[in-house]
Write a protein that binds this ligand. Structure first.
Ligand SMILES: [Mn+2]
Length: 302
């Protein structure tokens, strides 16, 4: 595979600064060398230009830093679209989860994609439901066509409606939803596999179902991995940790099953926060999971 790494060091959520250093932490943990060792051809495009949040106006309190985020994500979408059009695979390093506004929209510009969103949260708020005004809590809603038109319309061809169909979206590992956010997810028709579902059916069965949803009638699967889907025991360095998440092995099995599909067209690794991390544990884990999702095996299925 020909893989192109790019960083989006965006960090516009107050009170949780540090995820702008995520791309450095993940690169430092050996992403490119690890992927090359699997036999992939790997290029690193460097980082998308992101202004420091201190230099930007936060603006509307229900859509904080909207102007700055739209500008960054439009650039992200252009780059990801060109990578996918070249037949290459983007691996996009966050930054907070708002990067998916650009990455998924860019990848889905000229094709129908399913999305598997691995996350402790739903990221399905809008300006009307958000308790915080943080846009990193809104990207999946916007990709599904809900929310401010500047976010909904980001990164795609003009006037083409939602970037992804909610019927092809599966959210896995959720354990913290706002009430109105949950209502909107139900209304939209995205499928949610909470941690209760993982406990009840096992991660193998949950991923089998999620892959089925994301691949049905689509031309590929975009995987957006928020490291907070893991339990903070394994991933302490994330923007918004929530106890009760995936174990190390569950996360690897999820990644391995995605690789087996042969349908993954792009991968986000988001919300690594080196300030809160312990000796880059979470940056290294992001690399390990990326390698599993892109073909690394000790032995393979028997
Ligand atoms: Mn997220």
């Amino acid at each position: 595979m020909h893989i192109e790494i790019m960083g989006v060091p965006i960090d516009f959520g107050p009170g949780r600064r540090g995820v702008d250093m995520g791309p450095s932490a993940i690169r430092y943990a050996g992403l490119q060398a690890g992927l090359e060792a699997l036999g992939h051809t790997v290029e690193d495009r460097g980082n998308v230009q992101v202004p420091p949040s201190e230099t930007c106006e936060s603006g509307d309190p229900r859509l904080r830093y909207l102007d700055a985020i739209v500008a960054v994500e439009q650039r992200t979408a252009e780059q990801v679209a060109s990578i996918v059009t070249a037949g290459h695979m983007p691996v996009v390093l966050g930054g907070d989860h708002s990067i998916a506004l650009g990455s998924v929209a860019g990848a889905a510009r000229d094709r129908t994609l399913g999305v598997i969103w691995l996350d402790a949260h739903g990221d399905f708020n809008t300006a009307d439901t958000t308790p915080s005004g943080n846009i990193h809590g809104m990207p999946l809603a916007a990709l599904c066509g809900y929310g401010d038109e500047r976010l909904v319309g980001l990164g795609g061809s003009a006037g083409t409606g939602p970037r992804v169909s909610p019927q092809n979206v599966a959210v896995v590992g959720v354990r913290d939803l706002d009430l109105e956010e949950r209502d909107l997810m139900r209304e939209a028709g995205v499928t949610v596999y909470s941690m209760e579902a993982v406990d009840r059916y096992g991660i193998g069965e949950v991923m089998r179902r999620a892959i089925d949803i994301a691949s049905r009638g689509t031309q590929g699967i975009y995987v957006s991995l928020d490291l907070d889907v893991l339990d903070p025991m394994y991933a302490p360095g994330v923007g918004t940790p929530v106890t009760g998440g995936l174990t190390y092995r569950e996360a690897h099995l999820a990644a391995e099953m995605l690789a087996e599909t042969g349908q993954v067209v792009g991968l986000d690794l988001v919300e690594v926060n080196p300030i809160l991390d312990q000796r880059n544990t979470t940056g290294a884990l992001a690399v390990e999971l990326a390698l599993s999702a892109l073909g690394k095996r000790v032995w393979g299925q028997t």
